[in-house]
Design a protein around this ligand. Structure first.
Ligand code: FE
Length: 258
């Protein structure tokens, strides 16, 4: 049984589940999301080897491994892709990955006879059928990866925002007070998002969507239109990356101390 707080949406046929966080120790906290429609599943950003066997068990108990149709890879980072070979070897699922990173992902070690099941998604995104539902794969480039994708699910009205909206250090699963929450968002976004112009361009696209919940790959989930809009307004004005780091390009003067 999935604990109630990890069920983001459930109408009987369509479910959105936050799988248990099996990552510990030095691994950055990561959310692995799971979308199920009429018994067919898509797992999002399933991470590395240490969590693979646990997640594989979870998927098996929720829908049966043979019903996993898609493995969504939002970008090329190890906390997203590292265990992709295991997933491809043990399921029949297709992996969806940004075209930009397709030739880099095999460096994680992908066997020849499963490599064709990693399918490229072009820069403009696409629409994927899962069960009787349709999922929008959105362009989210430069947030943070130059080839970054996100998933919008119109049934649950959840935007799976990947690293955007990531928060580190809070001890809650759902954001209650957005103003209080910004301290956990700020450093990550200022350092990982290259410039505010990216945020503004992306906001123009997502403001057209009906979004109830933003579910990032790290940290707390933003539920309710009020919090979603506050987050969008906060991003609109956020100076980040090169906006505030132009001064960093200076020759170093300090010796490495280990
Ligand atoms: Fe990343």
């Amino acid at each position: 049984m999935v604990p109630e707080e990890r069920v983001l949406f459930d109408n009987g046929n369509h479910k959105n589940i936050l799988l248990e966080d099996f990552g510990h120790g030095e691994m950055v906290q990561a959310n692995v999301h799971f979308i199920v429609d009429n018994g067919k599943g898509m797992i999002l950003d399933p991470g590395g080897h240490k969590v693979f066997k646990h997640l594989f068990g979870e998927v098996g108990s929720i829908i049966g491994v043979k019903n996993l149709e898609y493995i969504f890879l939002s970008h090329q980072d190890p906390d997203i892709v590292a265990a992709i070979n295991g997933w491809l070897m043990t399921t029949n699922a297709a992996a969806l990955a940004p075209h930009l990173w397709l030739r880099f992902i095999p460096h994680f070690g992908v066997d020849m006879f499963v490599i064709d099941r990693i399918k490229p998604v072009e820069d403009e995104g696409t629409i994927v059928k899962l069960g009787n539902s349709e999922l929008y794969i959105l362009p989210a480039h430069f947030m943070h990866s130059p080839g970054n994708l996100q998933v919008y699910d119109p049934v649950s009205k959840i935007l799976y925002s990947g690293d955007l909206g990531a928060s580190l250090g809070q001890d809650y699963l759902y954001v209650e007070n957005f103003e209080e929450h910004t301290k956990y968002l700020e450093r990550f976004h200022q350092r990982y998002i290259p410039t505010n112009k990216v945020l503004k361009s992306w906001l123009k696209m997502v403001r057209e969507l009906d979004i109830e919940t933003i579910a990032p790959q790290h940290g707390a989930i933003m539920k309710g239109k009020d919090i979603v809009n506050k987050f969008f307004d906060w991003l609109e004005d956020l100076e980040c990356g090169i906006d505030i780091m132009e001064d960093v390009y200076k020759l170093p003067t300090k010796y490495f101390e280990g």
